[in-house]
Design a protein. Structure first.
Length: 453
């Protein structure tokens, strides 16, 4: 039976609790401490992901420690590693934490960690004054956090490596925070005002990620990112203006921040993490990378969810009605998706029905009328073109239009006339050789700017 177990402090990393127990126990080797706590020989204690917490909790719950779920939520990196992951990975990682089953999940969570444990000198002093000892604060160890948000100071590196293997002794050690390995007179790094401001913003968002379920659906993130890029003018149709995107991203954070976070990238390369994260693929990204994109796009971790399926929900949930007046399924909800475009600040949905009729709707009109109406006719097959020609010439049978009132017929004539005039202009505009050369240069420039898509 275990004779004691340390009190768990606020925001204390659970690894730190084990380190304090090890120090109090008087054990020389950590393997002896693990045998005391777990009842078996555990060679290594992981500082980033705890293992077999369920068994340990059964051993020490008599000492008035938090319930198991609270222990995982407040004293481990569980939420930090899983908030951008699917339900299956969340379940598998919790299984690792509870029972120690590896299941290959660690490589799927984009795990990154610091080289050294970090600390804040002000927190160390306060801990000593309040508790008579100090400990590893969880929020200071989050990868990407370089600022103590309580004291607005840059964190220092301790003398303790995150990878706790001692080459000298040939074993893994458990090391807690002390005045010896976290000297309070150590000078922290100095950064310019803009860099520190960005580090504070990033730290605040990462702290939110680590403290609870953010209700993020991973499969929708790339679509949300692309919508926000589109909204801010970085996309045309389905293509990202990577040149402008890279330039503004680097300008926003600055080289110093990206270098510090080890997330700088070559903007001349066809593929890098900044452009890859907005694509839907299998590549694994860290929470820090997601936060940098979210913050750059003007959002926060607690606002990004509002854009869930926004592209579709702008015009309500699909399917959407076909507005081809000459088909038997007129106004029936046959169209599953649409393409979103932006023209002079106006959101426009382009709808294509499998009957061969394509039209656009203006979001502003939809919101005002709460119904779909044709903004422009985009295209049609020969059959529908013949019907519209008969409509314009007055040669259409009356029964063909019995379901349409006079105003709708006049509107359709107007829209078709504009469509026909547009087609004629396109056919008559045969470019000169000079124009062709101009277009060629524009196309090459376009390919350079949008090379990643």
């Amino acid at each position: 039976m275990i004779p004691f177990f340390p009190r768990i402090y606020e925001d204390e990393l659970f690894y730190s609790v084990l380190a304090r127990y090890h120090r109090y126990s008087g054990n020389v080797k950590s393997i002896k401490t693990m045998r005391d706590l777990y009842g078996e020989n555990i060679i290594r204690v992981y500082s980033h992901i705890d293992r077999k917490l369920k068994r340990l909790h059964e051993q020490v719950k008599i000492f008035d420690i938090p319930i198991l779920e609270e222990l995982i939520a407040k004293h481990t990196f569980y939420f930090y590693y899983t908030n951008f992951k699917g339900e299956e990975i969340k379940r598998r990682l919790k299984e690792v934490i509870l029972n120690g089953e590896e299941c290959g999940v660690v490589r799927l969570i984009g795990m990154k960690y610091n080289r050294y444990f970090k600390y804040c000198s002000h927190c160390i002093r306060e801990d000593i004054e309040k508790y008579g000892e100090t400990y590893w604060h969880l929020q200071h160890q989050i990868f990407g956090v370089h600022v103590c948000l309580k004291h607005n100071t840059i964190l220092c590196n301790s003398d303790v490596y995150w990878n706790n293997y001692s080459k000298k002794r040939g074993l893994f050690e458990i090391q807690g925070a002390t005045l010896e390995n976290c000297p309070v007179d150590r000078k922290s790094a100095v950064f310019c005002k803009n860099t520190k401001q960005k580090l504070v913003i990033i730290a605040k968002e990462l702290l939110k990620v680590s403290r609870g379920d953010c209700n993020i659906i991973p499969d929708e993130l790339s679509r949300i990112y692309r919508y926000l890029l589109f909204k801010k003018g970085y996309m045309k149709g389905k293509f990202v203006n990577s040149k402008k995107f890279y330039h503004d991203f680097i300008k926003y954070y600055g080289e110093e921040v990206l270098e510090l976070l080890n997330l700088n990238f070559d903007s001349n390369k066809r593929t890098n993490w900044v452009i890859s994260i907005v694509k839907k693929g299998r590549r694994v990204f860290s929470p820090l990378q997601h936060i940098l994109i979210i913050v750059f796009l003007g959002e926060k971790i607690n606002t990004i969810s509002q854009y869930r399926s926004l592209e579709e929900s702008l015009f309500g949930e699909g399917p959407y009605p076909c507005l081809n007046p000459f088909t038997k399924h007129y106004l029936e909800y046959k169209i599953d998706t649409f393409e979103l475009k932006l023209n002079q600040g106006n959101h426009i949905g382009v709808f294509t029905c499998n009957c061969g009729f394509t039209f656009s709707c203006l979001l502003k009109d939809y919101n005002e009328k709460k119904q779909f109406s044709i903004h422009q006719i985009i295209g049609m097959n020969k059959e529908w073109n013949n019907y519209f020609e008969l409509l314009m010439s007055g040669g259409l049978k009356q029964e063909t239009l019995y379901h349409l009132d006079k105003e709708v017929i006049m509107l359709l004539q107007k829209k078709y006339l504009l469509y026909r005039q547009g087609k004629k202009r396109m056919l008559s505009c045969k470019p000169s050789s000079e124009k062709l050369e101009q277009y060629r240069k524009q196309w090459l420039e376009y390919r350079e700017n949008y090379s990643n898509f």
